[in-house]
Design a protein around this ligand. Structure first.
Ligand code: C5P
Length: 256
């Protein structure tokens, strides 16, 4: 792709960062995106990764209603911008992740044709992953997700009673080589994603946008993700992110 095509693609691409979760499982008593591994809020790390990837001119960040501190982080990172001028908009988060995404999709400027949906909770995604997702979109894929192989054996289970108490019983074991763990950023043709959002109601069991596309019958393609795209959910995830950020091999958004 020559640089004029690259600039046109950058102008027509937006990244949506969903950062409106409560962070209850992390247990810091503040929204997860404000928790600071290695001295910087998770949202600042996530924004720096997106800006370093330089794939979009506009970033839309979903923040909890009433939170001013995440908005301030967005304004500060817009100023810093690492030599890649970018506009960072903030949008009210919804009651679920899917609702937060839907709010952002309504806020996008008319020039936007494709969108990358990214979890703030994955702050260390290497730039190469953003590039791979965008290259698959360039190639005509309507929906693209970064994935990694699954190392554990995965079981499906159902709730049952055991001795009068609640328990779970195994119902099956999908073949491991057919399974992938899914990460973000997930890339979409905006038209296709908007259609999927309006065709499929936002329910609690919709845990990512690719799932909406699958339910709407759209082909979803995969590209290699990264172990550094690990999602911060619990205290041990935070320790891992801190070790990566403070260690001599800190990923700093490049693969290696
Ligand atoms: O809860 P979970 O870790 O799956 O959330 C994934 C991402 O979705 C997080 O970055 C979180 O901030 C975001 N989210 C959101 N709005 C919600 C719930 C989660 O933006 N209502």
């Amino acid at each position: 792709m020559d640089s004029s095509q690259g600039n046109a693609a950058r102008s027509a691409t937006a990244v949506v960062i969903v950062a409106a979760g409560s962070g209850q499982r992390l247990g810091h008593g503040i929204p997860k995106a404000r928790v600071p591994p290695a001295g910087q809020p998770i949202l600042a790390h996530a924004l720096r990764g997106v800006i370093a990837a330089n794939v979009a001119a506009q970033i839309y960040v979903c923040v909890p209603v009433g939170d001013s501190q995440l908005r301030e982080i967005c304004a500060a990172e817009e100023q810093l911008n690492d030599g890649h001028p970018v506009v960072i908009h903030t949008v009210h988060g919804g009651a679920s992740r899917a609702e937060s995404v839907a709010n952002a999709l309504r806020a996008l400027e008319p020039s936007i044709e494709r969108v990358l949906i990214h979890d703030a909770a994955r702050p260390l995604v290497p730039v190469e992953v953003f590039t791979r997702v965008c290259q698959a979109l360039d190639g005509g894929a309507p929906a693209v997700i970064p994935v990694i192989s699954v190392v554990d054996t995965i079981k499906s289970v159902e709730p049952v009673l055991l001795g009068g108490a609640e328990a779970y019983r195994v119902t099956g074991t999908p073949a491991r080589d057919t399974l992938r763990a899914v990460q973000t950023p997930q890339g979409f043709s905006l038209h296709a994603l908007r259609e999927a959002h309006s065709a499929v109601p936002a329910q609690d069991d919709i845990t990512d946008d690719a799932m909406l596309m699958e339910r709407a019958g759209v082909d979803v393609y995969v590209v290699p993700g990264s172990e550094y795209s690990h999602k911060i959910t619990s205290a041990s995830d935070l320790l891992l992110a801190e070790a990566w950020l403070e260690g001599p091999l800190a990923p700093r958004w490049v693969e290696g």
